[in-house]
Design a protein around this ligand. Structure first.
Ligand SMILES: NC(=O)c1ccc[n+]([C@@H]2O[C@H](COP(=O)([O-])OP(=O)(O)OC[C@H]3O[C@@H](n4cnc5c(N)ncnc54)[C@H](OP(=O)(O)O)[C@@H]3O)[C@@H](O)[C@H]2O)c1
Length: 482
């Protein structure tokens, strides 16, 4: 079987808005600050005896925790000018107190291993949770809030999992002035949380999309640009510290999904169950997919996308997506993250920067700590809730890749299956076959419903010439040009 680009090039490319996915329906806290102002009797701890002090207990002295301590110490006098307070780290809680640390312990600061050493210390104003995990970290965060300690955290997994509980607790603390801040939890150093909390109040967000996992973006760049294998790309990402301790969270798309859920809460005031968000990572991608993407004039990025449809409901997914070379996201390479917000007033705004790493992530935590110390009582942690519904379906142009055993009638059968499910084919592509066992062809559809694509793929997979599971990905913009 041999056929060429655009055999079925039947219909024009979609044009129109910049937002490529059209989703179709189918299937507070009071934030005053409770800083304890005190004259220091412990001169070892406090820079100036007359300056009020805010005291920190940090859970975690690893990558992020170490960065926070370093920045606080480097900019101590500047922060004092900025906030009118000395910001002092009193205790750092770690798992293994004997482990050497790669940062200098501040004067008067002690390393502890019991959470209670911080939680039960009434002189500690803020709890900074940078130890990770969702069990002990949850206990620590909830308990600190209950004890009136404002919390700063970088823990997206915890927020995504327990957002309603955290929100409920925060609203019960209404008048206590205890705050919850989490700028570092989504896209590390990019100030996207604060921006979504404050800068869209008069706007309406239509779509949030972007590269929100640095590890997989690093891997996809290595696979596409440097022609590395999946395994080599993952090994290099791990070596450089871009991968989570369990890389399945990255390559399976789960880390990105946690972040997308938080962004959806901020963009649409909705709390969606994480498991309802369709989540596909990069494990099914092959080099053939990159070849086809190149033939079409683009590349592949793992994106998180949440978008409003014209009925007002919102749908979302994590998936590899085809992105054209002239798309701003296509040139976001390596471990860099990028988020595009499409909204009525601002039209499109893009935030690009370091999504992980010691200093970028610690920088966001520092911004939260300094905001607390300044007595900054805005913005709300999660924006007001809304009745926006989640729709588990969307419309997009799709790219499909099918591995096949050669036989007569393949294109006819594919055409029939697509027709049965109302899917129009825009074009069929076949690159020259290097090895017969790698023979694969690709289809680009017109804009169709995701639910229809799933039916097409199930039917095609059952055909006897189809080898393995067909691969599919949405095309980011409906006005794409190959
Ligand atoms: N690293 C990044 O680039 C980045 C970016 C964005 C968000 N985050 C988030 O930031 C958090 C921390 O990440 P990280 O990279 O700094 O992790 P990390 O380097 O592994 O450090 C974790 C720290 O927490 C301590 N710890 C872990 N479990 C503990 C427990 N049960 N009891 C007491 N201490 C415990 C560890 O103690 P020991 O040192 O004694 O083992 C270590 O000091 C995570 O939620 C992560 O998702 C990280």
């Amino acid at each position: 079987m041999r056929f060429h680009l655009s055999i079925f090039a039947a219909v024009v490319f979609c044009t129109g808005g910049s937002s490529g996915f059209t989703f179709a329906p189918a299937p507070t806290a009071n934030l005053g600050i409770g800083t304890r102002s005190r004259s220091s009797s412990s001169k070892a701890l406090f820079m100036s005896a007359d300056t009020p002090t805010v005291t920190l207990g940090i859970f975690g002295g690893g990558t992020v925790g170490g960065g926070i301590v370093e920045i606080l110490s480097k900019k101590q006098s500047y922060f004092q000018q900025l906030t009118g307070k000395n910001i002092v780290v009193k205790k750092i809680c770690v798992r293994d107190a004997s482990k050497p640390r790669d940062f200098a312990l501040p004067e008067g600061c002690t390393i502890v291993t019991s959470y209670d050493d911080i939680l039960n210390d009434d002189t500690i104003d803020y709890a900074v949770e940078v130890m990770g995990g969702t069990t002990d970290a949850k206990d620590v965060v909830m308990s600190a809030l209950q004890k009136g300690k404002s919390v700063v955290t970088a823990n997206k997994a915890l927020i995504a999992k327990d957002l309603p509980e955290i929100e409920k607790l925060l609203s019960s603390l209404d008048s206590s002035g205890t705050q919850f801040r989490y700028e570092a939890a989504v896209c590390g150093g990019i100030p996207v949380i604060r921006s979504m909390q404050s800068d869209f109040v008069g706007d309406t967000i239509q779509q949030v999309s972007g590269i929100i996992n640095g590890c997989t973006n690093f891997m996809l760049t290595a696979m596409d640009r440097d022609k590395k294998s999946y395994e080599d790309a993952l090994a290099q990402a791990s070596e450089l510290g871009y991968a989570e301790a369990d890389p399945t969270l990255d390559v399976g798309g789960f880390d990105a999904r946690s972040k997308l859920k938080i962004l959806m809460r901020l963009a649409y005031g909705m709390d969606v169950d994480e498991d309802e968000i369709s989540c596909r990572g990069i494990t099914e991608l092959t080099k053939i997919d990159f070849e086809y993407a190149k033939t079409l004039g683009g590349t592949i990025k793992l994106l998180g996308v949440a978008s409003k449809n014209d009925k007002g409901s919102v749908s979302a997914f994590i998936s590899p997506c085809y992105v054209t070379n002239d798309d701003p996201l296509s040139s976001v390479n390596g471990a860099t993250n990028a988020i595009e917000i499409v909204s009525d007033n601002l039209v499109s705004s893009i935030y690009i920067g370091q999504g992980a790493g010691r200093y970028p992530t610690a920088n966001s935590c520092i911004n939260d700590i300094v905001a607390l110390a300044k007595g900054d009582t805005t913005p709300l942690p999660f924006n007001p809730k809304s009745e926006t519904k989640f729709a588990n379906n969307y419309e997009s142009v799709f790219f499909l890749r099918l591995n096949y055993r050669d036989q007569v009638g393949i294109t006819r059968q594919v055409g029939e299956v697509c027709e049965n499910h109302g899917v129009s084919i825009h074009s069929i592509l076949q690159n020259p076959i290097a090895k017969s066992q790698e023979s694969a062809f690709a289809i680009v559809t017109e804009k169709v419903e995701y639910a229809s694509i799933l039916k097409v793929l199930a039917d095609i997979e059952a055909l006897d010439w189809c080898k393995g599971k067909p691969f599919y990905m949405p095309v980011l913009r409906e006005d794409w040009q190959s």
